[in-house]
Design a binder for this molecule. Structure first.
Ligand SMILES: Cc1cc2nc3c(=O)[nH]c(=O)nc-3n(C[C@H](O)[C@H](O)[C@H](O)COP(=O)(O)OP(=O)(O)OC[C@H]3O[C@@H](n4cnc5c(N)ncnc54)[C@H](O)[C@@H]3O)c2cc1C
Length: 439
């Protein structure tokens, strides 16, 4: 059996995957198409280039991104090493000098004795063991190849993300549990609005500030997943005939259908986090908080994730991937980074790290242990492989993804709750690393 691993894409995930495999003695051939062929967002030939913000999010060890970063550091992540040599002041966030950061990654990879870097676009899936990490802006030829392999129902080119809120912050007295026409059990929480509430909400939505799409993110492609504010701009009643339709949802308090309804769908089996159904949006984050807190029952909503809309190539991972990040149809082909259906720099890196470790174990003919669900890495993997494939949308790391016991979920002291989740995550992650470090 060949011990060589092909990694396609030298972004955050591909760089991390290549590093993890090479550190385990695997010979890696890393393909990166830049600078010959650039994406719409990259501007340099560097490996691990940050395409937009220079922030890797919160450094607070008891925040969800903080836990993920600590796990990455414990695993010897190259991306975290780069962040540690190139920090810039950013309050409680970890921000970096993007040039120093990417230069460090490029130098460490090109200087590694087990890594060969080939500057070439890959247009066919390799026939030998490989990690595919071509990112949200995967080149069109590779996207076509992926479409051929997955079928168009399982590869997406845009994401349209609705906000997710903490279930514990919903006012249970103002919402009711019911599915439309009682079909499918009582799966949804419904926030009813009377006419006056709807009018206020509608006006606020129209007036809220939006994030402008980037030049290559044409508005016309969003017809199928239209932002809630664009839908609202088409007429006063459009939302009431769309995502806020009250038909088949009588409010038990008033004994009839309300004027409008916002439906919340559970994001996980534990029902600790809820998605605002059909509320994909380009509103700025503070505006989302302000406007969506006008919805009855959500006055004190804690946002675990804000809504957004991006150009983003990603797989329907729950339908296609095993929980070791390999393709169900081909166990020597691993997927890493944002195309797995995670969202964000550190999340993409994390999926590169796991794919790199697992591909190395596979090449050595060793058992691949599952990533512990209590860890932040495990929380992301659970999201991408166990979500409902019919409603799958990418996610960044947030507390709503962590597997928590009922007792922990109910814990009132938020600080203590977060500290406990962080502690459990790191303990589980350390045990996992002990199993895979010398592999
Ligand atoms: C415009 C934009 C802005 C973003 N801003 C942020 C942000 O501010 N903060 C944040 O946390 N996340 C952001 N993201 C999301 C995400 O975190 C980043 O895209 C991140 O870089 C994803 O990492 P990745 O390794 O999966 O992909 P990338 O870092 O994009 O790496 C993929 C690599 O593959 C190469 N490649 C593509 N196709 C081929 C091919 N066929 N052959 C060879 N090489 C190929 C590309 O050149 C690239 O180097 C943004 C995404 C986009 C699209």
């Amino acid at each position: 059996m060949s011990r060589d691993l092909v990694v396609v894409g030298g972004g955050l995930a591909g760089s991390e995957a290549a590093w993890q495999a090479a550190q385990r003695g695997i010979k890696v051939i890393l393909y990166e198409m830049r600078p010959q062929k650039m994406t719409e967002a990259h501007t340099t030939p560097f490996l691990g280039e940050l395409v937009c913000s220079n922030s890797l999010r919160s450094n607070d060890p008891q925040s969800a991104p903080g836990i993920l970063k600590n796990e990455l550091t414990l695993a010897g992540s190259l991306i975290m090493q780069a962040a540690q040599v190139a920090p810039v002041p950013a309050g409680s966030a970890l921000a970096v000098d993007r040039h120093l950061f990417a230069e460090f990654i490029s130098e460490r990879l090109s200087g590694h004795r087990h890594i060969e870097i080939v500057r070439e676009e890959v247009t066919m899936l390799p026939e030998t063991a490989a990690v595919i990490a071509t990112g949200p802006l995967t080149s069109p030829s590779m996207a076509e190849e992926l479409l051929r392999v997955t079928g168009c129902e399982h590869l997406y080119f845009y994401d349209a993300i609705a906000p997710i809120i903490d279930g514990a912050s919903i006012d249970p007295k103002k919402v009711y549990r019911m599915s439309r026409y009682g079909k499918g059990g009582a799966d949804y929480l419904n926030c009813p609005m009377d006419r006056r509430e709807y009018e206020h909400f509608y006006d606020a939505l129209l007036q809220a500030e939006k994030v402008e799409p980037r030049a290559f993110e044409e508005n016309k492609v969003f017809e199928g997943c239209m932002p809630i504010e664009v839908m609202a701009s088409r007429g006063f009643d459009t939302l009431r005939f769309g995502p806020m339709k009250p038909v088949g949802l009588p409010d038990p308090v008033i004994g009839r259908e309300p004027y409008a309804v916002v439906q919340l769908r559970s994001e996980n089996r534990e029902m600790t986090a809820y998605n605002l159904v059909g509320f994909q949006t380009r509103l700025k984050w503070p505006e989302q908080k302000k406007v969506f807190r006008m919805i009855p029952g959500l006055e004190h909503a804690e946002f675990l994730r804000y809504g957004s809309i991006h150009r983003n190539t990603f797989f329907n991972a729950p339908a296609l991937l095993h929980n070791d990040l390999s393709f169900k149809r081909r166990s020597d082909l691993f997927i890493a980074g944002q195309i797995t259906g995670v969202e964000g720099y550190i999340e993409s890196t994390a999926m590169g790290l796991v794919a790199g470790i697992n591909a190395s174990l596979k090449l050595r003919g060793m058992e691949i242990p599952p990533v512990p669900p209590a860890s932040a890495h495990g929380a992301l993997i659970r999201h991408i492989t166990e979500s409902d494939s019919k409603h799958f949308q990418p996610s960044n790391i947030n507390f709503g993804l962590f597997q928590v016991s009922a007792a922990l979920y109910k814990m009132r002291n938020k600080k203590e709750k977060k500290a406990t989740i962080a502690e459990r995550a790191l303990a589980a992650w350390r045990s996992y690393l002990a199993m895979v470090t010398d592999a």
